[in-house]
Design a protein around this ligand. Structure first.
Ligand SMILES: Nc1nc2c(ncn2[C@@H]2O[C@H](COP(=O)(O)OP(=O)(O)O)[C@@H](O)[C@H]2O)c(=O)[nH]1
Ligand SMILES: [Mg+2]
Length: 343
Protein backbone atom coordinates (compact mmCIF):
# COMPACT_ATOMS: atom_id res chain seq x y z
CA UNK A 1 0.00 0.00 0.00
CA UNK A 2 1.37 3.31 -1.11
CA UNK A 3 0.92 6.73 0.50
CA UNK A 4 1.77 9.80 -1.57
CA UNK A 5 3.69 12.68 -0.02
CA UNK A 6 2.35 15.60 -1.98
CA UNK A 7 2.28 19.38 -2.08
CA UNK A 8 3.98 22.26 -3.82
CA UNK A 9 7.68 22.40 -4.57
CA UNK A 10 9.97 23.38 -1.71
CA UNK A 11 7.52 22.73 1.13
CA UNK A 12 9.59 19.99 2.77
CA UNK A 13 8.20 16.83 1.14
CA UNK A 14 11.61 15.24 0.72
CA UNK A 15 12.49 16.33 4.24
CA UNK A 16 9.40 14.57 5.57
CA UNK A 17 10.18 11.51 3.44
CA UNK A 18 13.62 11.28 5.02
CA UNK A 19 12.26 11.85 8.52
CA UNK A 20 9.69 9.07 8.14
CA UNK A 21 11.68 6.47 6.18
CA UNK A 22 15.26 7.21 7.21
CA UNK A 23 16.12 7.17 3.50
CA UNK A 24 17.95 10.19 2.15
CA UNK A 25 16.17 11.31 -1.02
CA UNK A 26 18.22 10.80 -4.16
CA UNK A 27 18.28 14.16 -5.96
CA UNK A 28 18.63 12.45 -9.33
CA UNK A 29 15.13 11.03 -8.75
CA UNK A 30 13.51 14.33 -7.83
CA UNK A 31 11.71 14.49 -11.19
CA UNK A 32 10.11 11.06 -10.95
CA UNK A 33 9.74 10.76 -7.19
CA UNK A 34 10.89 7.80 -5.15
CA UNK A 35 9.54 5.25 -2.75
CA UNK A 36 10.71 4.16 0.68
CA UNK A 37 9.32 1.82 3.31
CA UNK A 38 8.50 2.71 6.88
CA UNK A 39 7.42 0.64 9.83
CA UNK A 40 4.04 1.35 11.39
CA UNK A 41 4.57 2.02 15.12
CA UNK A 42 2.68 -0.71 16.97
CA UNK A 43 2.82 -1.29 20.71
CA UNK A 44 0.98 -4.62 20.45
CA UNK A 45 3.62 -5.90 18.05
CA UNK A 46 6.43 -4.85 20.38
CA UNK A 47 4.74 -6.63 23.29
CA UNK A 48 4.21 -9.80 21.23
CA UNK A 49 7.91 -9.82 20.39
CA UNK A 50 8.69 -9.55 24.09
CA UNK A 51 6.36 -12.46 24.83
CA UNK A 52 7.58 -14.84 22.11
CA UNK A 53 11.22 -13.81 21.60
CA UNK A 54 10.87 -15.04 18.01
CA UNK A 55 13.78 -15.73 15.64
CA UNK A 56 12.23 -13.32 13.17
CA UNK A 57 10.27 -10.09 13.65
CA UNK A 58 8.18 -8.72 10.81
CA UNK A 59 6.38 -5.49 11.65
CA UNK A 60 3.80 -3.96 9.32
CA UNK A 61 5.19 -1.55 6.77
CA UNK A 62 3.75 1.08 4.52
CA UNK A 63 5.27 2.50 1.39
CA UNK A 64 5.78 6.25 1.15
CA UNK A 65 6.11 7.94 -2.20
CA UNK A 66 8.01 11.23 -2.29
CA UNK A 67 6.56 13.06 -5.29
CA UNK A 68 8.10 15.81 -7.43
CA UNK A 69 5.49 18.30 -6.27
CA UNK A 70 3.18 20.79 -7.88
CA UNK A 71 4.04 24.07 -9.47
CA UNK A 72 2.80 27.37 -8.06
CA UNK A 73 3.53 29.22 -11.29
CA UNK A 74 2.00 26.85 -13.80
CA UNK A 75 -1.17 25.84 -12.02
CA UNK A 76 -2.49 24.56 -15.36
CA UNK A 77 0.09 21.77 -15.47
CA UNK A 78 -0.80 20.42 -12.05
CA UNK A 79 -3.60 18.10 -13.14
CA UNK A 80 -0.99 16.24 -15.17
CA UNK A 81 1.61 16.39 -12.38
CA UNK A 82 -0.96 14.84 -10.04
CA UNK A 83 -1.14 11.74 -12.25
CA UNK A 84 1.67 10.11 -10.28
CA UNK A 85 -0.37 10.01 -7.06
CA UNK A 86 -3.54 8.50 -8.52
CA UNK A 87 -2.45 5.11 -7.21
CA UNK A 88 -1.90 6.41 -3.67
CA UNK A 89 -4.16 5.02 -0.96
CA UNK A 90 -4.11 8.38 0.85
CA UNK A 91 -2.49 11.80 0.62
CA UNK A 92 0.01 13.29 3.03
CA UNK A 93 0.07 16.94 2.09
CA UNK A 94 3.10 18.92 3.22
CA UNK A 95 2.62 22.67 3.59
CA UNK A 96 5.67 24.81 4.26
CA UNK A 97 5.09 27.32 7.05
CA UNK A 98 8.76 28.15 7.53
CA UNK A 99 9.48 30.75 4.89
CA UNK A 100 6.64 33.23 4.91
CA UNK A 101 3.81 32.61 2.47
CA UNK A 102 0.22 31.91 3.37
CA UNK A 103 -0.21 28.26 4.41
CA UNK A 104 -4.02 28.40 4.46
CA UNK A 105 -4.15 29.83 0.95
CA UNK A 106 -1.76 27.07 -0.09
CA UNK A 107 -4.06 24.40 1.33
CA UNK A 108 -6.95 25.92 -0.61
CA UNK A 109 -4.90 26.08 -3.81
CA UNK A 110 -3.90 22.44 -3.44
CA UNK A 111 -7.47 21.32 -2.86
CA UNK A 112 -8.46 23.28 -5.97
CA UNK A 113 -5.77 21.44 -7.94
CA UNK A 114 -7.17 18.10 -6.76
CA UNK A 115 -10.71 19.10 -7.65
CA UNK A 116 -9.72 20.39 -11.09
CA UNK A 117 -7.79 17.21 -11.86
CA UNK A 118 -10.86 15.12 -10.95
CA UNK A 119 -13.16 17.42 -12.90
CA UNK A 120 -11.04 16.94 -16.00
CA UNK A 121 -11.28 13.15 -15.76
CA UNK A 122 -15.00 13.07 -15.00
CA UNK A 123 -15.91 15.64 -17.66
CA UNK A 124 -13.94 13.75 -20.31
CA UNK A 125 -15.89 10.62 -19.55
CA UNK A 126 -19.20 12.51 -19.60
CA UNK A 127 -18.42 14.01 -22.98
CA UNK A 128 -17.57 10.58 -24.35
CA UNK A 129 -20.78 9.09 -22.92
CA UNK A 130 -22.92 11.87 -24.37
CA UNK A 131 -21.58 11.02 -27.81
CA UNK A 132 -21.96 7.28 -27.33
CA UNK A 133 -25.60 7.35 -26.23
CA UNK A 134 -26.59 8.92 -29.54
CA UNK A 135 -25.40 5.75 -31.28
CA UNK A 136 -27.47 2.58 -31.54
CA UNK A 137 -25.24 0.63 -29.15
CA UNK A 138 -26.53 -2.53 -27.44
CA UNK A 139 -25.52 -1.21 -24.00
CA UNK A 140 -27.13 2.20 -24.42
CA UNK A 141 -29.19 1.94 -21.24
CA UNK A 142 -26.12 1.14 -19.25
CA UNK A 143 -24.25 4.08 -20.72
CA UNK A 144 -27.19 6.35 -19.94
CA UNK A 145 -27.21 5.17 -16.33
CA UNK A 146 -23.47 5.76 -16.11
CA UNK A 147 -23.89 9.26 -17.51
CA UNK A 148 -26.63 10.08 -15.03
CA UNK A 149 -24.50 8.79 -12.19
CA UNK A 150 -21.56 11.00 -13.15
CA UNK A 151 -23.49 14.23 -13.58
CA UNK A 152 -23.98 15.00 -9.86
CA UNK A 153 -20.30 14.24 -9.30
CA UNK A 154 -19.33 16.67 -12.02
CA UNK A 155 -21.69 19.29 -10.58
CA UNK A 156 -20.09 18.97 -7.17
CA UNK A 157 -16.58 19.30 -8.60
CA UNK A 158 -17.66 22.30 -10.70
CA UNK A 159 -18.59 24.03 -7.47
CA UNK A 160 -15.02 23.50 -6.28
CA UNK A 161 -16.07 20.89 -3.71
CA UNK A 162 -14.14 17.71 -2.97
CA UNK A 163 -15.77 14.27 -3.16
CA UNK A 164 -14.54 12.96 0.18
CA UNK A 165 -17.85 13.20 2.02
CA UNK A 166 -20.13 12.41 -0.88
CA UNK A 167 -21.99 9.12 -0.51
CA UNK A 168 -21.57 7.14 -3.75
CA UNK A 169 -24.17 4.76 -5.13
CA UNK A 170 -23.08 1.40 -6.50
CA UNK A 171 -23.23 2.73 -10.05
CA UNK A 172 -21.18 5.76 -9.10
CA UNK A 173 -18.62 3.54 -7.42
CA UNK A 174 -18.32 1.42 -10.50
CA UNK A 175 -18.27 4.36 -12.91
CA UNK A 176 -15.43 6.09 -11.06
CA UNK A 177 -13.37 3.11 -9.92
CA UNK A 178 -10.77 3.41 -12.64
CA UNK A 179 -10.40 7.17 -12.06
CA UNK A 180 -8.89 6.85 -8.54
CA UNK A 181 -10.43 10.23 -7.75
CA UNK A 182 -7.94 12.43 -5.93
CA UNK A 183 -10.37 14.63 -4.03
CA UNK A 184 -11.98 11.49 -2.62
CA UNK A 185 -8.78 10.26 -0.99
CA UNK A 186 -8.11 10.72 2.71
CA UNK A 187 -6.01 13.84 3.16
CA UNK A 188 -3.69 14.69 6.03
CA UNK A 189 -2.09 18.13 6.14
CA UNK A 190 1.40 18.33 7.63
CA UNK A 191 2.05 21.92 8.51
CA UNK A 192 5.83 22.15 8.45
CA UNK A 193 6.68 25.02 10.78
CA UNK A 194 9.99 26.86 11.23
CA UNK A 195 10.22 26.14 14.95
CA UNK A 196 8.27 24.88 17.94
CA UNK A 197 5.90 27.88 17.78
CA UNK A 198 2.80 26.77 15.96
CA UNK A 199 0.25 29.34 14.85
CA UNK A 200 -3.00 27.97 16.31
CA UNK A 201 -5.05 30.19 14.03
CA UNK A 202 -3.63 28.48 10.92
CA UNK A 203 -4.32 25.03 12.39
CA UNK A 204 -7.91 26.02 13.17
CA UNK A 205 -8.48 27.32 9.66
CA UNK A 206 -7.17 24.12 8.06
CA UNK A 207 -9.40 22.06 10.36
CA UNK A 208 -12.38 24.18 9.35
CA UNK A 209 -11.85 22.84 5.85
CA UNK A 210 -12.61 19.37 7.14
CA UNK A 211 -9.00 18.22 6.92
CA UNK A 212 -6.85 16.43 9.44
CA UNK A 213 -3.81 18.46 10.41
CA UNK A 214 -0.59 17.95 12.31
CA UNK A 215 1.66 20.98 12.82
CA UNK A 216 5.30 20.43 13.71
CA UNK A 217 8.81 21.67 12.84
CA UNK A 218 9.58 18.59 10.75
CA UNK A 219 12.75 19.95 9.14
CA UNK A 220 14.14 20.83 12.55
CA UNK A 221 13.12 17.44 13.91
CA UNK A 222 15.01 15.72 11.12
CA UNK A 223 18.13 17.73 11.98
CA UNK A 224 17.76 16.81 15.65
CA UNK A 225 17.18 13.13 14.84
CA UNK A 226 20.48 13.09 12.97
CA UNK A 227 22.52 14.47 15.87
CA UNK A 228 24.60 12.26 18.15
CA UNK A 229 22.72 11.03 21.24
CA UNK A 230 24.45 13.36 23.68
CA UNK A 231 23.87 16.45 21.55
CA UNK A 232 20.29 15.64 20.73
CA UNK A 233 18.70 16.32 24.10
CA UNK A 234 20.52 19.56 24.64
CA UNK A 235 19.67 20.87 21.21
CA UNK A 236 16.03 19.79 21.46
CA UNK A 237 15.70 21.58 24.78
CA UNK A 238 17.37 24.70 23.42
CA UNK A 239 14.93 24.78 20.51
CA UNK A 240 11.96 24.18 22.80
CA UNK A 241 11.07 20.92 21.02
CA UNK A 242 8.74 18.47 22.73
CA UNK A 243 8.21 14.82 21.81
CA UNK A 244 9.38 14.14 18.25
CA UNK A 245 6.38 14.01 15.88
CA UNK A 246 7.59 11.11 13.75
CA UNK A 247 5.52 8.41 15.48
CA UNK A 248 2.46 10.64 15.75
CA UNK A 249 2.65 11.35 12.03
CA UNK A 250 3.07 7.66 11.16
CA UNK A 251 0.10 6.69 13.34
CA UNK A 252 -2.02 9.38 11.70
CA UNK A 253 -1.00 8.14 8.26
CA UNK A 254 -1.90 4.60 9.21
CA UNK A 255 -5.32 5.77 10.45
CA UNK A 256 -5.95 7.44 7.09
CA UNK A 257 -5.71 4.12 5.32
CA UNK A 258 -8.55 2.46 7.24
CA UNK A 259 -6.55 -0.73 7.59
CA UNK A 260 -6.57 -3.04 10.58
CA UNK A 261 -3.66 -5.10 11.89
CA UNK A 262 -3.83 -8.81 12.58
CA UNK A 263 -0.99 -11.01 13.77
CA UNK A 264 0.49 -14.43 13.35
CA UNK A 265 2.91 -15.48 16.06
CA UNK A 266 4.98 -18.33 17.34
CA UNK A 267 8.59 -18.84 18.42
CA UNK A 268 9.74 -18.69 14.81
CA UNK A 269 8.16 -15.42 13.81
CA UNK A 270 5.95 -12.63 15.06
CA UNK A 271 4.36 -11.01 12.04
CA UNK A 272 1.98 -8.03 11.84
CA UNK A 273 -0.25 -7.95 8.74
CA UNK A 274 -2.24 -5.05 7.37
CA UNK A 275 -5.71 -5.76 6.09
CA UNK A 276 -8.50 -3.62 4.68
CA UNK A 277 -11.12 -3.12 7.38
CA UNK A 278 -14.14 -5.38 6.80
CA UNK A 279 -12.17 -8.22 5.17
CA UNK A 280 -13.08 -11.80 5.98
CA UNK A 281 -10.94 -14.69 7.19
CA UNK A 282 -10.28 -16.00 3.68
CA UNK A 283 -9.00 -12.60 2.55
CA UNK A 284 -6.76 -12.45 5.61
CA UNK A 285 -5.48 -15.95 4.83
CA UNK A 286 -4.85 -14.89 1.23
CA UNK A 287 -2.75 -11.95 2.31
CA UNK A 288 -0.44 -14.44 4.06
CA UNK A 289 -0.30 -16.89 1.14
CA UNK A 290 -2.67 -17.77 -1.69
CA UNK A 291 -2.54 -21.47 -0.66
CA UNK A 292 -4.02 -20.55 2.70
CA UNK A 293 -7.00 -18.91 1.00
CA UNK A 294 -7.44 -21.69 -1.56
CA UNK A 295 -7.36 -24.51 0.97
CA UNK A 296 -8.96 -22.58 3.85
CA UNK A 297 -10.64 -24.82 6.43
CA UNK A 298 -10.97 -22.60 9.49
CA UNK A 299 -9.27 -19.84 11.44
CA UNK A 300 -8.35 -20.14 15.09
CA UNK A 301 -8.62 -16.70 16.58
CA UNK A 302 -7.86 -14.86 19.78
CA UNK A 303 -7.41 -11.22 20.64
CA UNK A 304 -3.81 -10.13 21.18
CA UNK A 305 -5.04 -8.08 24.15
CA UNK A 306 -6.24 -11.31 25.84
CA UNK A 307 -3.01 -13.06 24.99
CA UNK A 308 -0.91 -10.27 26.44
CA UNK A 309 -3.10 -9.94 29.53
CA UNK A 310 -3.18 -13.69 30.28
CA UNK A 311 0.38 -14.44 29.15
CA UNK A 312 -0.08 -17.55 27.00
CA UNK A 313 -2.31 -19.19 24.45
CA UNK A 314 -3.07 -21.93 26.98
CA UNK A 315 -4.45 -19.40 29.44
CA UNK A 316 -6.55 -17.76 26.72
CA UNK A 317 -8.02 -21.17 25.89
CA UNK A 318 -8.65 -21.93 29.56
CA UNK A 319 -10.53 -18.64 29.85
CA UNK A 320 -12.73 -19.65 26.91
CA UNK A 321 -11.53 -16.73 24.80
CA UNK A 322 -10.08 -18.76 21.96
CA UNK A 323 -12.47 -19.23 19.02
CA UNK A 324 -12.81 -21.20 15.84
CA UNK A 325 -14.12 -19.13 12.95
CA UNK A 326 -15.22 -19.93 9.40
CA UNK A 327 -14.76 -18.30 6.02
CA UNK A 328 -17.21 -15.46 6.62
CA UNK A 329 -15.64 -14.27 9.84
CA UNK A 330 -14.83 -10.55 9.63
CA UNK A 331 -11.30 -10.15 10.94
CA UNK A 332 -11.00 -7.66 13.80
CA UNK A 333 -8.17 -5.28 14.56
CA UNK A 334 -5.81 -6.99 17.02
CA UNK A 335 -6.76 -10.59 16.16
CA UNK A 336 -4.12 -13.27 16.38
CA UNK A 337 -4.88 -15.90 13.77
CA UNK A 338 -3.84 -19.44 12.94
CA UNK A 339 -5.20 -20.56 9.57
CA UNK A 340 -5.93 -24.27 9.17
CA UNK A 341 -5.82 -25.24 5.52
CA UNK A 342 -5.50 -28.15 3.18
CA UNK A 343 -4.18 -28.02 -0.39
N1 LIG B 1 13.70 26.34 7.76
C1 LIG B 1 13.22 25.21 7.29
N2 LIG B 1 13.58 24.81 6.08
C2 LIG B 1 13.08 23.64 5.61
C3 LIG B 1 12.19 22.85 6.35
N3 LIG B 1 11.84 21.77 5.62
C4 LIG B 1 12.51 21.88 4.46
N4 LIG B 1 13.25 23.00 4.45
C5 LIG B 1 14.11 23.49 3.38
O1 LIG B 1 13.32 23.76 2.25
C6 LIG B 1 13.94 23.31 1.07
C7 LIG B 1 13.08 22.31 0.35
O2 LIG B 1 12.92 21.15 1.13
P1 LIG B 1 12.53 19.77 0.46
O3 LIG B 1 12.27 18.82 1.54
O4 LIG B 1 13.54 19.38 -0.57
O5 LIG B 1 11.18 20.22 -0.25
P2 LIG B 1 10.34 19.50 -1.40
O6 LIG B 1 10.60 20.25 -2.65
O7 LIG B 1 8.93 19.68 -0.94
O8 LIG B 1 10.77 18.08 -1.46
C8 LIG B 1 15.26 22.70 1.49
O9 LIG B 1 16.27 23.66 1.31
C9 LIG B 1 15.07 22.41 2.95
O10 LIG B 1 16.28 22.46 3.66
C10 LIG B 1 11.82 23.31 7.64
O11 LIG B 1 11.05 22.70 8.37
N5 LIG B 1 12.38 24.49 8.06
MG1 LIG C 1 11.45 16.94 -3.05
Amino acid sequence: MRIGIVGYQGTGKSTVFELLTGVRPDVSKSHTGQVGMTIVPDERFDQLVELYHPKKETPARIELFDTPGLSRDEQGSNAQRLGVIRESAALVHVVGAFAGGDPVAEVDAFVTDLVLADLQVVSNRIERLKKDITKPLPNRDELKAELESLEPIEARLSEGETLRDLEFSEIQDKATRSFSLLSRKQHLVLLNTADANVDADIVTKVKERGLLVIAAPLGLELEVAQLADDEREMFAEEMGLGEPSRERVLRAIFELTDMITFYTCDEKEVHAWLLKRGSDAVEAAGSIHSDLARGFIRAEVMQVADLLRLGSEREVKAAGLHRTEGKDYIVQDGDEIVVRFNV
